[in-house]
Design a protein around this ligand. Structure first.
Ligand code: HMG
Ligand code: MG
Length: 313
């Protein structure tokens, strides 16, 4: 090896284009102490549409006792402006949730399970296999109705109750979901413990088991400040769909210790800097987050938002 070769920088080949899947109106708001009116959430979704986001998770059709903040998701769907080509999915836990989604004209649903038993029981009152059985009629009916189906695997990198999670546990649940014929699987770092090495381990295990990259999305919470590093690791693995939340709000009430989602602004800033296309306007996402911030009466945790607002994060 020549001396200069030792110091040569090998730039990784990254995707040219990425889909930013916005979860702010759902994951962002489900953990807020304040319940916002449907009118405010409609305005928030419309602003996100104006920003050019290609997929916006509008809300959830779950038990009002579990998530009172989103109990009137029907109202939001009734009034949002739906841009052509934009996906407006909803979170659905069971057949009843699917029926509510169908009445609301939803064209894409997201079912959700986990890699660990304890978290799944706390979140949806079912073990992992039990939840897969619960989804079977949901996914079958959704497919018959020509709906797109996403599935989340929460605690894919660590569980608030069971600790570290093995990539093999993730592989098992991912294959069960693929057997149900879902279109996309989002791997959730529900409590924000992952590092890039964990991302490589999980994705390598999935690829080795025959999972294709196009089916996977990554969903990071930024609890320990590793979310963007994890996105970069995901890009190196060829992943092209990343979930994020405008302003960086979010978290699951059944995952103690979880902080906000990766902020959409922070994700976009990184992707722009890497010259990766998203079709999303960063200033317009900032404007949506500022609108929400005023409605909530506090500043969301996102770093880029703080920087352009002249505040320290
Ligand atoms: P359960 O108690 O086993 O079910 O809850 P149940 O059938 O006995 O119903 C309980 C109550 O919910 C009943 O009402 C039902 O009528 C009602 P009650 O008689 O007590 O007044 N109910 C419903 N209401 C409206 N819509 C429905 C519905 N289904 C039942 N679809 C259940 C099971 C799944 C319903 C409940 O545990 C639940 O709703 N959990 C939702 C939890 C949730 O939304 N968590 C946050 C989202 S997951 C997340 O954030 C992680 C993610 O972001 C990825 C990541 O970060 O890892 C996706
Ligand atoms: Mg989440």
């Amino acid at each position: 090896m020549q001396p200069w070769e030792e110091h040569a920088i090998r730039r990784p080949v990254l995707p040219d284009r990425v889909t930013v899947y916005e979860v702010g109106p759902r994951d962002g708001l489900q953990n807020e102490p304040e319940t916002l009116s449907a009118a405010v959430r409609v305005e928030f979704v419309d602003r996100l549409t104006d920003a050019g986001l290609p997929a916006i998770e509008v809300g959830s059709f779950v038990s009002a006792r579990a998530i009172p903040q989103l109990s009137d998701t029907e109202q939001v769907y009734r009034r949002i402006r739906r841009a052509s080509g934009v996906r407006y999915p909803a979170l659905v836990p069971n057949v009843r949730g699917l029926e509510r989604a169908l009445v609301s004209g939803v064209a894409e649903i997201a079912v959700f399970t986990a890699a660990t038993e304890t978290f799944n029981r706390r979140n949806i009152n079912a073990g992992v296999d039990e939840s897969i059985e619960r989804f079977r009629p949901v996914v079958a009916r959704a497919r018959a109705e020509k709906l797109r189906v996403r599935a989340y695997v929460s605690t894919a990198f660590g569980c608030p109750y069971e600790g570290p999670v093995s990539p093999d546990a993730v592989r098992e649940v991912v294959h069960k979901l693929l057997d149900l014929q879902v279109d996309e699987i989002s791997l959730g770092d529900t409590i924000g413990v992952a590092t890039p090495a964990n991302v490589f381990d999980v994705i390598e295990t999935l690829y080795e088991s025959g999972v294709t990259r196009g089916v996977l999305a990554l969903h990071f919470h930024d609890t320990r400040g590793t979310a963007l590093a994890n996105v970069y690791a995901g890009l190196e693995c060829g992943i092209t769909t990343f979930d994020s939340s405008a302003g960086g709000l979010g978290g699951c009430p059944f995952a103690p210790g979880a902080a906000g989602n990766l902020a959409t602004e922070d994700l976009l800033y990184l992707l722009q800097g890497l010259r990766i296309e998203t079709g999303v306007s960063l200033p317009r996402v900032v404007s949506a987050s500022r609108f929400l911030s005023e409605a909530l009466g506090h500043r969301p945790p996102g770093r880029y938002l703080a920087a352009v607002s002249g505040e320290s994060a």
